[in-house]
Ligand binder design. Structure first.
Ligand code: PLP
Length: 430
């Protein structure tokens, strides 16, 4: 049954799947199979020639992953999606789908550390240059472009600074120059829809809020179907010139009977085929269970985070509390223009007593888990100066927004009184 609703709460439980044919199973079955019987030799030949779309081998597609992909594509308002083994695989493939050796892309400096490393080091080893620009100035993206620039990349709500990215402004600059904006929306599912703001592609570490239960690593990329790759011919050789690895297919031509899915189809049939970062059917199933309650959970995460941010702002041992709900001026304007509801559930704060206070605070927490993760249903905390950022020189830590007394919280869906009570007792021990 097609779902006409646009409400995320409805799409999260209905889009992409309805009672499995053959069994009438209401839950999405876990299709734990590597391969699929062809109906005939003609059927097999058609599948390989992409004359018909269908299952061949689970590295490239799988019915459980397919239900997850369709659900996320519907929730984002995109044309199609591709599930992958991790968020890292998702960002890697977004770049490799458009860039070849000698090409470059322009990225915000405010990134998850793993993405930073991937872009600054591993991409460089592949001959692809990441040009880092300060997101406080959207025009910096325009200035960094040359004729080998293939994409813009940014995170909606990057920690630790929690300055919301100007998605609409940078997407508009990109559309003027023929450059698509790829947005990592890991920290802001449901509350932000980057495609509505002009982004061409949105991706997630599904490991975080989407899964929500902290059980499974996964990633997903959504093709907005809203970028005219063909109109910018030479800018996108991977999509507009014959692909030697698929008997000369030109992806923007090949997808014409299927819809505006050149980007995601190439990612599946070339990158996933060749590099193999496939999600397991079991992880796709687990993440689907999370997606079903994602809109509900995001509401609670965001409401709790506002209360926590206010509590920290007013606490005498806290020198600075960081959350978009507490910002003013241009940063608050950006947050209000990007978020449809809420301000996310990542909260940062600085303790007067520096690194030692940070360490004591973490040790004293009872409800919060001390982990290097975000987006779990449980509240999580970490002291970056002694963990995630400890390899950086002190001045580089500061430049990335991590002071010695900085603590990062990922606020969960527990009762807010219990979250605040735990923070309160831990602050007393600092
Ligand atoms: N993007 C962001 C914003 C993240 O926080 C993370 C992980 O922390 C990733 C990407 C990478 O995701 P994964 O750990 O699923 O590979």
């Amino acid at each position: 049954m097609p779902i006409s609703s646009k409400h995320p709460e409805t799409l999260a439980v209905h889009a992409g799947f309805r009672a499995a044919p053959g069994t009438n199973s209401v839950a999405v079955p876990i299709h734990q199979t590597t391969s699929y019987q062809f109906d005939s030799t003609e059927h097999a030949a058609n599948l390989f020639a992409l004359k018909e779309l269908g299952n061949i081998y689970s590295r490239i597609m799988n019915p459980t992953a397919d239900a997850f992909e369709q659900r996320v594509a519907a929730m984002e308002g995109g044309a199609a999606a591709l599930a992958l083994a991790s968020g890292q695989a998702a960002s890697t493939y977004c770049v490799l789908n458009l860039c070849e050796a000698g090409d470059n892309f322009v990225t915000s400096t405010d990134l998850y550390g793993g993405t930073w490393n991937l872009f600054a080091n591993t991409m460089r080893q592949m001959g692809i240059e990441a040009r880092f620009v300060d997101p406080t100035d959207p025009e910096a993206f325009r200035r960094a472009v040359d004729d080998r620039t293939r994409l813009f990349y940014a995170e909606t709500l990057p920690n630790p600074k929690l300055n919301v990215f100007p998605i609409a402004e940078v997407a508009a600059i990109g559309r003027e120059l023929g450059i698509p904006l790829v947005v990592d929306n890991t920290s802001a599912p449901v509350i932000c829809k980057p495609l509505d703001l002009g982004a061409a592609v949105v991706m997630y570490s599904a490991t975080k809020y989407m899964g929500g239960h902290g059980t499974s690593i996964g990633g997903v990329v959504v093709d907005g179907g809203n970028f005219d790759w063909e109109a910018w011919g030479d800018r996108f050789p991977t999509l507009n010139t014959p692909d030697q690895s698929y008997h000369g297919a030109v992806w923007t031509e090949a997808v014409k009977p299927l819809g505006p899915i050149a980007f995601i189809l190439r990612m599946r049939v070339i990158l996933l085929r060749d590099m193999g970062a496939a999600i397991s059917p079991f992880n796709a199933f687990q993440i689907i269970q999370g997606v079903e309650t994602l809109p509900l959970r995001m509401r609670q995460h965001c409401e709790n985070a506002i209360l926590v941010a206010r509590f920290l702002r007013d606490h005498p041992k806290v020198t600075r509390a960081i959350h978009p709900s507490l910002q003013d001026g241009e940063m608050r304007r950006r947050a209000d223009s990007v978020f449809k509801s809420g301000y996310g559930a990542l909260v940062g704060f600085e303790l007067e007593g520096g690194a030692e206070a940070g360490r004591r605070f973490i040790e004293a927490l009872e409800l919060f888990y001390h982990v290097a993760n975000i987006g779990d249903a449980r509240s999580l905390a970490i002291h970056p100066a002694t963990t995630t950022h400890s390899q950086l020189a002190p001045e580089d830590q500061l430049a990335s927004g991590v002071s010695p007394g900085y603590v990062r919280l990922s606020i969960g869906i527990e009762h807010p009184d219990d979250i605040i009570a735990d923070l309160s007792q831990a602050l007393e021990k600092v």
